[in-house]
Design a protein around this ligand. Structure first.
Ligand SMILES: [Zn+2]
Length: 226
């Protein structure tokens, strides 16, 4: 980047653009962001804001070997690329990571307060009682507020832990998680025997599990059932 009249010149793979102290639109649709605090003048590094696949990202050309994409602490997407990689290829790369970016952002979004213990116990009780006779009686049930798991099971202690956030999910999904954890009292892993028993007792378990995926508040955390 070299000083020019009224701004600086930034080099991208489409040529040089004058950069002012604000985002400057590029002919091919991207933006060159303000140079303040951003450019490595000595190496002539260009930095621009672009969009691909619904994702806005900040592209920096620099001396790196591979395309790199990261989610910065403030939530913006930062991509660094070797000079030789064309913009279209970088856009395609960012597009292909759109799902990952959404999930990574969701994990960082503060989750709403879960229902209180009394509500949780009331929501879970009917399903816990329904299956207790089939699994040797009522296990110890603990409630936790978890970010990445709906429930887990410690067969040796006959203990099932349920995420308080599950109490806000549809009843069909609640029942699925509770049966899933009950089955772990017998089958500790997710092997064929576990799935055979689950399919036999709850033929629509996949559809119920699918209710736990997606973006609405109660759908966080991810559909991990341990
Ligand atoms: Zn499991």
């Amino acid at each position: 980047m070299t000083p020019s009249r009224g701004g600086l010149l930034a080099k991208t793979d489409k040529g040089y653009y004058t950069v002012y102290n604000r985002a400057t639109k590029l002919p091919e649709g991207g933006f060159v962001k303000s140079f303040a605090g951003g450019y490595n003048v000595a190496k002539g590094v260009g930095r621009m804001l672009r969009q691909a696949g619904g994702v806005e990202y900040e592209l920096t050309y620099k001396k790196v070997k591979n395309l790199n994409l990261r989610l910065a602490a403030d939530g913006h997407v930062a991509v660094s690329a070797p000079r030789r990689v064309p913009l279209a290829e970088i856009d395609a790369f960012v597009s292909s990571r759109a799902g990952w970016i959404d999930r990574a952002r969701a994990r960082r979004t503060p989750l709403p307060e879960p229902p209180g213990d009394e509500v949780c116990r009331a929501v879970f009780a009917p399903w816990l009682e329904k299956y207790a006779p089939l699994f040797g009686g009522m296990p110890q049930v603990r409630l936790k507020t978890l970010r990445s798991m709906w429930g887990c099971c410690r067969p040796a202690k006959r203990e099932i832990t349920l995420n308080r956030r599950l109490a806000a999910a549809p009843a069909a999904a609640v029942e699925y998680v509770i049966l899933h954890e009950y089955l772990h009292l017998i089958y500790p892993d997710h092997g064929p025997a576990f799935h055979a028993a689950l399919d036999a007792m709850m033929p629509d378990n996949r559809a119920r599990r699918a209710l736990l995926r997606g973006g609405a508040d109660w759908k966080n955390p991810d559909s991990v059932v341990e």
